[in-house]
Every structure is written in structure tokens, then in C-alpha cells.
Design a protein around this ligand. Structure first.
Ligand SMILES: Nc1ncnc2c1ncn2[C@@H]1O[C@H](COP(=O)(O)OP(=O)(O)OP(=O)(O)O)[C@@H](O)[C@H]1O
Length: 237
């Protein structure tokens, strides 16, 4: 269970998040949505330890993470991807997963890497150079595969479907559904595409100007007048 309690984050005079509280279990797939600049990535950075909250706490399975070093996130079971794929340069796809496993539980397990590569349809690219040998969709698959190699209980996915065409989005949505069912991993996903969020997510949390303005089923949330206003007034959906 991820628990965020009263997270406030200030960058100088700018308040990026204001008193954000919510919890989610690893049995859920939750969409985190909101207009550009609403604070979604900042919230991911707070959960994954890249940014320290000015106030408030982040805990996972009862372990307070606020002041703990970055690597403890992987050790407690939180994995993440980044908005811009970040393969490790001059390493093959397989070697990227080896490094991710070391970062996760410290052990290298090639049988498990094979399983993850096959699941993410990257087995044939195992020996390719990760930085130069992959197309965009393969790079995005590698982001998810790297996060899986840390053996997460909860995956934070930052716009992993952005830039894909319709078929690519459908493929990824089905893959993430399967991942949730097969590996029993909770997913918190930042995603702008309402159709994708409605298909994939059981629940949607909406941020606007750093505050949670709605939290509920996709149906209810996307009909909420305040949510509609936040998109039409200050960004894209
Ligand atoms: N390191 C930083 N220093 C200063 N301001 C920052 C920093 N990181 C984010 N911000 C600001 O905090 C606010 C929230 O940004 P954030 O990237 O979290 O929004 P977002 O909802 O993820 O937006 P997008 O959908 O465009 O990715 C923005 O005003 C942004 O400019």
C-alpha cells in the first residue's frame, strides 16, 4: 500500500504540490491525470525519492520513505519509468536489465531476465545496443522491462504511451493490463489520453495546480465539471 500524506513541494516561490494525500493498494491500476504543469511528475519524483517533500510523508507497506536514500524505493518494491526513455548507454538491452536487477534486489537472475524480455517482446533485441539499436516503441518497452527487473510491487509509469500511434497504444494498454494480472503489480500511471486511462484504470486521481481535485472511477471523474474546466481552462487532455 502506497500512502501519501499531506505532500507539499515548493521550488523557491512556486508551490508545485499542495497538501496532496491519497493511498492506493497494489491490487489497483490508478491513472494520475491533469493539465500540463499540474504537478504529476513532481509527485512521481517525491514517491521515487528524486525530490524531498517540503512537508508531508510518503510510505509504502508501512515504511516511511521521506528521508531514506533513493535506492530504498527499489528495495521496498517501487519501480518507475521516465517520461523520456533513459537506456544505459553502451550497454545491450540484456545488460540494461542486469544493472536494473542489481539496483533492485542486488541479485542477477538471467532466467528471470529472459522471462521479462519475452514478456515485453524484446527477446530478439537482447543483444542490441540499447541506446542506438531500438525504435521508440522498443525503447518504451525497455523502460518497462528495466522497471520490472527491479521486481516491483508498484510501478510508476510516466507517460509511457506518449508519442505512440493508435496500434502502439493499444498494444501497450493490453500489455500493462496483462502485467497487472500476471505479475500482480500495482500501477500508477501518468497518461493524457482519456481513452487509454478509461480502458486501463480502475481509478483516476486528478491534479490541478498541485492539488487533488477529483478521485474516483474514470466514468465519474471525466464527467466531473471541475475536471472538465481544469482541462479546457489550462491545458490539454
Ligand atoms: N526542479 C524544478 N524546479 C523548479 N520548478 C519545477 C521543478 N520541477 C517542476 N517544476 C515546476 O513545478 C510545476 C509542476 O511541474 P510537473 O512537471 O510536476 O507538472 P506535470 O503535471 O508533470 O506536467 P506535464 O504534463 O507537462 O509533464 C510546474 O510549474 C513546473 O514548472
Amino acid at each position: 500500500m502506497l500512502k501519501l500524506d499531506g505532500i507539499t513541494i515548493q521550488f523557491g516561490g512556486l508551490t508545485a504540490l499542495k497538501d496532496v494525500s491519497f493511498s492506493m493498494g497494489t491490487d489497483q491500476v490508478v491513472g494520475l491525470v491533469g493539465p500540463n504543469g499540474a504537478g504529476k511528475t513532481t509527485l512521481f519524483n517525491a514517491i521515487s525519492g528524486l525530490v524531498k517533500p517540503t512537508h508531508g510523508s510518503v510510505s509504502f507497506d508501512g515504511i516511511e520513505l521521506g528521508r531514506k536514500p533513493l535506492y530504498t524505493r527499489a528495495r521496498v518494491g517501487i519501480g518507475r519509468t521516465f517520461q523520456i526513455p533513459q537506456p544505459m548507454h553502451e550497454l545491450t538491452v540484456r545488460e540494461n536489465l542486469v544493472v536494473a536487477q542489481r539496483f533492485g534486489n542486488g541479485r542477477v537472475d538471467h532466467a528471470r531476465i529472459d522471462e521479462i524480455l519475452k514478456f515485453m517482446d524484446l527477446y530478439d533485441q537482447a543483444g542490441s545496443d540499447a541506446a542506438t539499436g531500438l525504435a521508440l516503441q522498443q525503447l518504451k518497452r525497455l523502460e518497462v522491462a528495466k522497471a520490472l527487473a527491479t521486481e516491483p510491487k508498484l510501478l510508476l509509469l510516466d507517460e509511457v504511451l506518449a508519442g505512440l500511434e493508435t496500434n502502439g497504444k493499444r498494444y501497450f494498454t493490453a500489455k500493462l493490463e496483462e502485467l497487472h494480472e500476471k505479475f500482480k503489480i500495482g500501477i500508477l500511471i501518468i497518461e493524457h489520453d482519456i481513452e487509454t486511462v478509461s480502458t486501463l484504470c480502475h481509478r483516476v486521481v486528478v491534479l490541478n495546480f498541485g492539488k487533488v481535485i477529483a478521485d474516483g472511477t474514470p466514468d465519474a471523474v471525466f464527467r466531473d465539471p471541475e475536471v472538465i474546466k481544469s482541462y479546457t481552462g489550462a491545458g490539454h487532455a
